[in-house]
Unconditional design. Structure first.
Lengths: 125, 125
DNA sequence: AGGGTGCTTTACGCAAACGTCAGAGGAACG
DNA sequence: CGTTCCTCTGACGTTTGCGTAAAGCACCCT
């Protein structure tokens, strides 16, 4: 997959892909000069974009991506991985709770709006 | 509530509070020169910080805050409010789905890590 | 009156995450 | 062979979200 195909598939610019690569979030193969993206890269990009939607910085995302790289690891790395993973998990779960609360509040607000709209134009039945 | 008390209560800097005000996210009273924050401002700041954790820009947060301002509204404003609210709600719900997925994946990863750690140091039982 | 503390505005600085050229290098096509 | 098209690598520009002085009031203390 070329950089163009990749960028169109995920709706990001080629510039962004090169930028992520410069930050070690992606590492496509090279045929001569050109980049070639594999399934692995697509998986990573998916995680990158998702992380961004959650408000994570690229640096934080890199930490997570590194977590998903099953290379040879020593004991210290494993321990560190557990730590990071647990921390991140706690973070995500608290974010989930907040998100639920936010959704509930927004629902109330929206109900008020729709009620007002109905009152304003009662002919619409 | 002074700016200092406010900043300490929410763990943000006074600079950030003034910045939010300059972007019309907050609008504390003034006694002479000094800012005074009320309950309303505290509510808004809570929403601001929460929005930030979800990865929203200050501009997007402002849209939501405006939604929560129950002033006099004409029909057009009500309709617009419904639109924004529904859109934002859909966004949040899709984010929630993604978040659930992410948590599930991270749990799997973490289980792998803990398994490896155990294998590495089986004496720890 | 002088000094300290805390608030104000104004202004410049800075990192993150790209956007936007500029210039060069293949490959493909007629 | 020239032209077009895509790609590459810098390099500088831009926006967001504040941080960090600089300079000025206001009040309090002694």
């Amino acid at each position: 997959m070329t950089i163009r195909e990749m960028s169109e598939a995920f709706e990001v610019t080629p510039r962004a892909l090169r930028f992520y690569e410069s930050k070690a979030l992606l590492a496509p193969y090279r045929t001569g000069q050109k980049r070639l993206y594999t399934k692995r890269d697509r998986g990573r990009l998916k995680l990158i974009l998702r992380g961004k939607r959650f408000g994570l910085s690229l640096e934080e995302i890199r930490e997570i991506l590194d977590l998903y790289d099953r290379g040879s690891r020593n004991e210290a790395q494993l321990k560190r991985g557990c730590e990071i993973g647990r921390k991140r998990l706690a973070q995500l779960e608290s974010q989930r709770a907040e998100l639920d609360e936010t959704i509930a509040e927004l629902r109330v607000e929206l109900a008020w709006f729709e009620d007002q709209s109905a009152r304003h134009r009662p002919a619409a039945k």
